[in-house]
Design a protein around this ligand. Structure first.
Ligand SMILES: C[S@@+](CC[C@H](N)C(=O)[O-])C[C@H]1O[C@@H](n2cnc3c(N)ncnc32)[C@H](O)[C@@H]1O
Length: 277
């Protein structure tokens, strides 16, 4: 990997051969002549067909649009703030290189850029996610790529965030500098419990404590948060559309929810910080 190959100051690598990528006009190219166009909106598609497991992987456009409407209404703002606080506390430098995995439509990534002085790369396997994210920030780099083979050079990131997303510890350790951190948000057992009670006959109270930390990391913080929100009918429909529950719901339960004017819900999640050894 050529250390000098940079795009907007980030060390991106070719998803085919691993060589450094640099800008050449409206494309990124590597020394082995693999080229990737920068889309009109600004995102870059770095997901070769052999890394795709379906025609349109990841969340659908409808899910992403519902997620955008829901998040813009501010109901998950406290989640965002708790992660901003963790990044400020654990970032190893004033302007950390932050990689947000499964960034969706870019709500959290752009908040980290604005509030943590971070230089951000948002990554999602869904092309519509990267496309929509471009409207959130022109400074961030938005990539269509897979979390399992990140097109990012070894030891080049300070923070990896995974907001309700995948935790692939070995791959995140590869791209992080020593002393860099993963900040992970996962749902707790009571998260949206009232909604699940309407959708499912029986709700299993699983212990959803985050999975164990591997050899590459030390767990430096694991904090549980809980608060309550009330959603109106439109917000409820957006929430349903952006979660996997929508795809499992039975017709009569869907009608019940469609006629629900307001619903009080529990928000329950964990913020965990893993520091690379
Ligand atoms: C539950 S959503 C969370 C989105 C965003 N972090 C948020 O909280 O608003 C998970 C996201 O991960 C993306 N995703 C799923 N598998 C992925 C993979 N292998 N690599 C990158 N992104 C992936 C989906 O397309 C989706 O946008």
């Amino acid at each position: 990997m050529e250390e000098t190959a940079l795009y907007k100051g980030f060390q991106l690598i070719c998803p085919i051969c691993g060589a450094g990528l640099e800008q050449n006009g409206k494309s990124l190219v590597c020394e082995n002549h693999h080229g990737f166009d920068i889309a009109r909106q600004g995102y870059i598609h770095l997901l070769p067909v052999q890394q795709k497991h379906s025609l349109s992987p990841g969340d659908t456009k409808e899910m992403l649009e519902a997620r955008r409407r829901f998040l813009n209404a501010g109901k998950y703002q406290p989640i965002c703030e708790s992660v901003i606080n963790a990044i400020r506390k654990y970032a190893p430098c004033a302007h950390p290189v932050l990689v947000d995995i499964g960034c969706g439509e870019g709500y959290y990534t752009s908040a980290f850029e604005q509030n943590c002085g971070a230089k951000c790369i948002g990554i999602d396997i869904a092309k519509d996610g990267a496309k929509m994210s471009c409207a959130r920030s022109k400074n961030a780099v938005w990539l269509v790529a897979t979390a399992s083979q990140l097109p990012i050079a070894d030891h080049s990131a300070d923070i990896v965030t995974a907001m309700f997303s995948l935790l692939l510890q070995e791959e995140y350790a590869r791209i992080l500098k020593s002393g860099g951190c993963v900040v992970e948000v996962t749902v707790g057992s009571q998260h949206l419990i009232e909604l699940k009670s309407i959708i499912y006959e029986e709700v299993f109270q699983q212990d959803k404590h985050p999975e164990p930390c591997g050899d590459c990391f030390d767990e430096v913080e694991c904090t549980e948060y809980q608060y309550n929100i009330t959603l109106d009918n439109d917000e409820l429909k957006n929430l349903l559309l952006m979660t996997p529950h929508f795809w499992r719901i039975r017709q009569e339960r869907r009608e019940q929810l469609e006629n629900t004017e307001r619903l009080a819900l529990t928000i329950h999640y964990w913020v965990r910080v893993l520091k690379k050894k």
